[in-house]
Design a binder for this molecule. Sequence first.
Ligand SMILES: [Zn+2]
Length: 559
Amino acid sequence: MALLFTEDELLQAAGPRSFERGLDYVEAVEELEFEGAEINAIVTGTYEYDVTIWRERAKLEGQCSCPWSQEGNFCKHCVAVGLAALASADGPKVEGQAAIVPAHTDLESWIDALGADELREELRALIRGDRGLRRRFELRAAQAGQDVEQVRKLARQLLGRGGLREPIEYEDAFDYARNVREVAEAIIVLIDKGHAAEALDLVREALSDTRAAIEDAENSDSDGTIAHAMAQLLPIHLRACSETSPDPTELAGHIAEHNLAVPHEFDFAYNVADYAEMLGEAGVVLVCDVYRAAYERNPKGWREKQLMEQLVRASGDLDALVEFLSRDLDSRGYQHLRIAQELEVADRVDEALRWAEAGLRDATGFIGTDLVEFVALRYGQAGRTDDLLTMRRNRFRAEMTVSHYELLRETAERCAAWPDERDRAMTLLHEDLAKQSPKAQYGMGPVLIDILVLEGDYAAAWELSRKAGSEPQRLKLAALIRTDKPEEALEVYEHALAPLRSQSGEDVYRREVELLQAIRACHAHLGTEPAFAAYLAAFRKEQRRKRNLMRLLDSVGLV
Ligand SMILES: [Zn+2]
């Protein structure tokens, strides 16, 4: 029986936000197919998505290969397919419904042919259906008419003043950033037309609204889209100030307050040096006093520490800077390295090396490569090869990784000490294998296997990986041994393919194709091509609904 449903049910399933977004994708629905109680289609956007909708216990359900759907949501693509199905001329009863995409080939000439009245009508229709667009055009009108109060009102709406809006979701970050840029543009126009004093207020409001939005959004602005737009407001503030000469005390207070409040991940603080002339000496001192007081209140605050460090650095007193930095030593030697670098630049190289060595000695956590290589370079330059070898050995003992093993080998070979050193390292690796190291626990498998592969001992690595290896290790080895041991490699590939069968998405499909090609290669070595043909046929039959996968298989000859 064909799947029957109403637009209301789509709205119920998706919720208003996704439903509204789905409206924009109706024209991107292709290859709409009604298959019994299911509707299948492809929705094209930046990517192509496989969509299926059906009914389960009276409820409308949808599955799509986009990330939002994979999290269990009825996404905008599902909505679009539902709407396209409802709109299709013959309703959801006809088999093999053709795509409903209108031809766009003539769009440019169609636009060229429109008269001014028709264009106005199209524009009005667009604005009627889109509140965000409407506000942006209202903002254009207000800035053209130099209506400061109207610009302020619209800027507040666009940037969500007063905590009225919900936290921005990832997919809205781009829209919000565009609003910030539109507001910035409007403020520039006001300055150009002689309203710098009002513009100064407006840009400060915009900065504070955007900052609040970023703090709420936190993870949603992971691409930094909003932060990037916010950075465009800073030069506008500087310009508005330089055209209005604000009171230095008030300006100092604002700058200090803003700089203490900006999130530390991004750099959109005011640069005090840009304002030095407007602030005058007294104003700059005032900014520093506010920083200092804030640091004394909260010496652990990230932002407070950063600004205080700026002050100490500006004083030009290196000992004071070292003392300041040493208040905040960490367990990974990060701060030790910073101190070492400061001293090194000032040519105090012995002290620099002592600080770096102390970092290596005192660190209890993961140590960054930069600190290790800082010390290694200086040992190398001073011809201290024994110290270098001891350090490499200690690093490998502390963190048994392939790269630390390679560095140990390189240093030991230069000292002609490798065979002994390797014995010692191997003993450690076998102990590590026996006690389930953290690396093995994270599913990466014992590092001994990776090192045997590195040294070209595939047979030993394979033996070990069958008992203790991770799947990535077995797959890597399978590729290395499949000419000699095709039967065993085949087992590894089939095992890796199994869990992917119930998943969808472009990455999954590409991975499946790789595995199928590897399986085919194993069968070729075994001389069992007919068995592969049967395996592939069964796989295709089982997966036939995933049309993007089928198309990919066709394109590489897996037919
Ligand atoms: Zn989707």
